[in-house]
Design a binder for this molecule. Structure first.
Ligand SMILES: [Zn+2]
Length: 701
């Protein structure tokens, strides 16, 4: 045994003894003073035992543990603080992360600036037990498709920690070292003043970005080919010992300057000892259900939609624009400085599209315009003074000039992004990712709704399949409980025997109550006379339920494109419909106003050939000639006409009440809390309509 092995063994033994002593001390303490009598729960002891197999398994028992395994957390001053799930520790203490924890003190990971500019060295903060070159995991390809940075796989290593080292900040004051991209708690002596930003006492907000990779299938592996004719899944496989790797690759920091200005920074990780970019990785071991989705189905479905549905195609184009602004102008070029600025840049481009589409010659789009044209339209949609056009939404002249400078300084990048969003191959590629990701989330939603042994499931899809020579795209569903709750195998059997229907429930996942209720309200208000509707709504003899159901039935009859059989859960849709109507019909004046807005919405949807947003409608109302002077008065009041107030108009809020909130997806249908696209563009990477159109026809029962 080498000296370093000996030292490592000694340290493990010491940690082990310390853990056990601490565990019993703590137990004794709680027994003495606690209101409830705790007892020695063996798995709790295993949890802090560094010798237990990681990810933590308790062999020979049925007791389940969260996937991810535990690791010892050590203070840099020496001494074990705790044993905690690795994933939890990574979600607190990767570079840039601060969190109150032990003794309710502030703690942070023990990291340092790296030899590579703009990266943080992860080696002081971890003891690693395993590492893999990224190439071994995803194969060789020009660049990976998981992160916005497009690394070549051979420059990256995956590092699995066995121990994490944390420290208490030297002072409660924060600084940002702009040269080394590193948050500090002291001002370095040798740094120039302009290189260090004083953040005062506000701790940074940190969001960690990750992706997952299926590492291996093990244990009992069983699979079956689905019936011929099932386009959606060609094969379903079960494995009771799969391992997924969750790789953290960057921290997005929101920092608060002393002068109140907020800015963002992206911190990436480097392993200075190996001279490689580092992805800090945890292993998730569980039972898994793997679904093979034929690539042909994905490609054909997307191609058909892009060719035949212009409105959806344009909506997808804007989703892609939003993603590319994040990836290229925020992450890669750092041209957009702040996470909060991506939205306004995107909306400004959408407003330009509105203008080109409706006001100028009516056929142009922002995607085909030059930067010069875009800047010219910006002058029109954000006029120099007065509450009109985008100024109604808080855009001012200064912001307009900033946007123009951004676009001019990054003309080439912006042109490339815009071209991507309408080029056939890149749009196809993007929409395929959206389709597979939507399917992944729908499968997870199905599993939860069908009560398949958990309130939540981990999900995965192979985001790199387009760079591989494969015939099927893999989608995985696994328990968040390590080892599985034991039901995955049961589910697999039932799927195999044809006892469990997945197609119909997937289709139901796409039929969102919120979206349907929104569509029904919009049609009803646009097509029927507002005063008459309001009288029906407020009339009656106290039998409100019957009146509301009448209105709902009227809406279903009125709406083109929605029939009763589309309503997966009519009662749920009805109750959302009622809530919306109640908020829009507070007074007759409001009812009339919303009727006019709904009409404008329908007209704008036709003009734009995409789903209008609140911003489009605010711009559209500017062009509207209100026949009814009462409606005009209401509009002018909300738009602050004639008012000297400099605050935001009420109009935007009012319009948002009626425009669609669930255009692509919402938490009620396909959005999920735990997403590899979180903090950036999860919603843009989902589309319930795209999935719905692609799913094989199922007969409603
Ligand atoms: Zn929805």
């Amino acid at each position: 045994m080498s000296d370093s092995d000996k030292r490592s063994n000694q340290r493990k033994l010491q940690t082990r003894i310390e853990s056990i002593v601490r565990f019993y001390d703590d137990l004794a303490e709680r027994t003495r003073y606690g209101p409830v009598q705790p007892y020695c729960h063996i798995p709790d002891l295993f949890e802090i035992d560094p010798e237990a197999e990681r990810p933590l398994t308790v062999p020979g028992t049925f007791i389940s543990e969260q996937v991810g395994g535990n690791i010892p957390v050590t203070s840099n001053g020496g001494g074990l603080l705790d044993s905690e799930p690795l994933d939890l520790m990574l979600s607190y203490y990767l570079p840039g992360g601060y969190k109150r924890r032990w003794d309710f003190e502030m703690w942070t990971g023990d990291f340092d600036a790296s030899q590579r500019d703009g990266y943080v060295d992860i080696t002081p903060g971890f003891e690693f037990r395993d590492d893999y070159p990224l190439e071994d995991i995803i194969g060789s390809m020009d660049s990976e498709g998981y992160t916005p940075f497009g690394y070549t796989p051979d420059e990256v290593g995956l590092y699995i920690p066995e121990e994490i080292f944390v420290k208490e900040p030297e002072s409660p004051r924060y600084f940002f070292d702009t040269v080394n991209n590193h948050v500090l708690n002291y001002k370095p002596d040798d740094a120039l003043d302009e290189d260090v930003i004083d953040l005062g006492m506000s701790d940074p907000t940190s969001n960690f970005l990750w992706f997952k990779h299926l590492h291996r299938l093990g244990g009992d592996i069983e699979g079956f080919d689905t019936e011929v004719g099932d386009d959606l899944f060609s094969r379903i496989v079960f494995s009771d010992e799969s391992v997924f790797l969750k790789c953290y690759y960057a921290t997005v920091l929101t920092l608060y300057r002393q002068d109140q200005r907020t800015f963002s920074e992206v911190v990436r990780y480097f392993n200075d000892k190996d001279n490689r970019v580092g992805f800090v990785t945890s292993e998730e071991k569980s039972q898994v259900l793997l679904f093979d989705t034929p690539r042909d189905w994905v490609e054909d479905s997307v191609r058909t939609v892009l060719e035949s549905n212009e409105s959806l195609q344009r909506d997808l184009g804007f989703a892609q624009l939003y993603r590319e602004l994040w990836d290229d102008l925020f992450f890669k070029d750092r041209a957009i400085q702040n996470v909060y600025s991506v939205g306004p840049v995107f909306k400004a481009l959408q407003a330009v599209d509105y203008w080109l589409r409706t006001v100028d010659d009516g056929s142009a789009t922002v995607f085909k315009s030059s930067v010069k044209e875009i800047c010219g339209v910006l002058d029109k949609v954000i006029p120099d003074s007065g509450p009109s056009r985008l100024r109604l939404l808080g855009y001012d002249t200064e912001e307009r000039e900033d946007l123009k400078t951004l676009f001019r300084e990054h003309t080439e990048e912006l042109r490339e992004i815009l071209e991507h969003c309408v080029a056939l191959t890149t749009q196809q590629e993007f929409a395929e990712q959206v389709l597979v990701h939507s399917l992944q989330n729908a499968v997870a939603g199905w599993a939860v709704k069908a009560g398949l042994g958990g309130s939540d499931f981990e999900t995965w899809y192979d985001a790199n399949y387009q760079s591989k020579d494969v015939e099927a795209v893999q989608i995985a569903l696994y328990d968040s409980i390590q080892g599985g709750a034991g039901t995955s195998k049961e589910v697999f059997k039932r799927l195999k025997d044809g006892e469990l229907d997945i197609h119909h429930p997937l289709s139901r996942q796409c039929s969102c109550h919120i979206s349907l209720a929104e569509d029904l309200v919009l049609s009803l208000l646009a097509e029927r006379d507002a005063s008459v509707l309001y009288d029906i709504y407020t009339g009656g003899d106290g039998d409100d339920d019957a009146i509301r159901r009448d209105l709902f039935d009227l809406a279903v009859d009125t709406a083109t494109g929605i029939c009763r059989s589309d309503l997966a859960d009519e009662e749920e849709t009805l109750s959302i419909f009622n809530r919306r109507i109640a908020s829009l019909y507070e007074t007759k004046e409001l009812a009339r106003f919303y009727g006019a807005v709904a009409q404008a919405y329908q007209r704008i949807a036709d003009d734009l050939t995409r789903t209008p947003t609140a911003m489009d409608v605010v711009l559209g109302l500017e062009e509207e000639t209100f026949v009814d002077s009462r409606v005009r008065n209401t509009y002018e009041r909300f738009a602050n006409r004639g008012s000297q107030r400099r605050d935001l108009s009420e109009l935007a809020d009012r319009v948002e009440e009626i425009t669609k909130q669930c255009i692509r997806a919402c938490p009620d249908c396909l959005e999920r809390q735990d997403s590899m696209y979180a903090y950036r563009y999860q919603t843009q990477m989902l589309d319930k309509r795209l999935l719905q159109t692609a799913l094989p026809e199922v007969t409603n029962t």
